[in-house]
Design a protein around this ligand. Structure first.
Ligand code: AP5
Ligand code: MG
Length: 233
């Protein structure tokens, strides 16, 4: 139970999915990944999937209104009533402001940004393998290979490569991140909320750094609340 929203930001391939999956399991709250939700809509050939597909294939962002509607329907579900871990949302200032309004007065947000150099991002995306049964089962051909080639260790599903992981689309996604998501980082930094996390370490180390940053922030907030209460007495 966390009663909080944790937001993981970071460029394509920075490890949001890898870290969010572990964090949500440890915190006992859902992992809400907008990219994964779109991929499953594309796979099922839904109306939403048909509308999102062209944007995703070319590395552009799906329009805000489609994303925010899908997101708010998802987080209104009962399993999100104690909080959730967001992966891949918000990615524009409009989405960040919609989220601020959506959680205002109910929850605080902890925002962590995974920082990884561009060269490592391209290498990570180009070797990524995902499970067809559960896209949050993530592998890498060199850095975290499955025990049996092409098969998910966790559920036996078939592993595949994402269509948007080819180098030219990764480059387009990086450009979009710098242009459209940088203002989101700025938005949270200005509010004093942004935790920078070195994502250029082994996954276990990244996780330790991330947990330490989140716990440090939560201790600071409790201390501040304590001093406010004491001051008011
Ligand atoms: P989305 O699926 O969110 O893609 P992304 O943000 O580009 O991020 P990725 O999923 O590529 O990377 P990741 O950070 O999750 O890294 P991962 O853990 O997999 O979005 C896809 C598309 O959907 C968008 O382009 C857009 O069109 C649309 N979309 C989604 N959300 C949207 C929104 N809010 N608004 C508008 N449009 C939206 O790791 C990558 C690889 O590296 C893996 O192989 C992994 O095993 C490996 N790895 C991870 N950590 C490490 C490490 N520490 N060391 C070595 N290897 C590592
Ligand atoms: Mg991801």
């Amino acid at each position: 139970m966390i009663d909080q929203v944790v937001i993981l930001l970071g460029p394509p391939g920075s490890g949001k999915g890898t870290q969010a999956r572990r964090l949500s399991a440890d915190l006992g709250v859902p992992h809400v990944a907008t990219g994964e939700m779109f991929r499953s809509n594309v796979e099922d050939d839904t109306e939403l999937g048909r509308r999102a597909r062209g944007f995703m294939e070319s590395g552009r962002l799906v329009p805000d209104e489609l994303v925010t509607e899908m997101l708010f329907v998802r987080v209104a579900a009962e399993d999100c009533s104690c909080g959730y871990v967001l992966d891949g949302f918000p990615r524009t200032l409009g989405q960040a402001e919609a989220l601020d309004r959506g959680i205002e007065g109910r929850w605080g947000a902890s925002v962590a940004s995974l920082e990884v150099p561009d060269a490592a991002l391209v290498e990570r995306a180009s070797g990524r393998l995902l499970c067809r049964n559960d896209g949050n089962h993530i592998y890498h051909a060199s850095f975290s290979p499955p025990a049996s080639e092409g098969i998910c260790d966790q559920c036996g599903g078939e592993l595949y490569r994402r269509e948007d992981d080819v180098p030219e689309v990764v480059a387009a996604r990086l450009g979009v991140y710098r242009e459209q998501t940088a203002p989101v980082l700025e938005h949270y930094a200005q509010a004093g909320h942004l935790l920078g996390v070195n994502g250029d370490q082994a996954p276990d180390e990244v996780y330790r750094t991330l947990r330490a940053a989140l716990e440090g922030e939560s201790r600071e907030n409790s201390a501040l609340e304590g001093s406010t209460t004491e001051g008011g007495e």
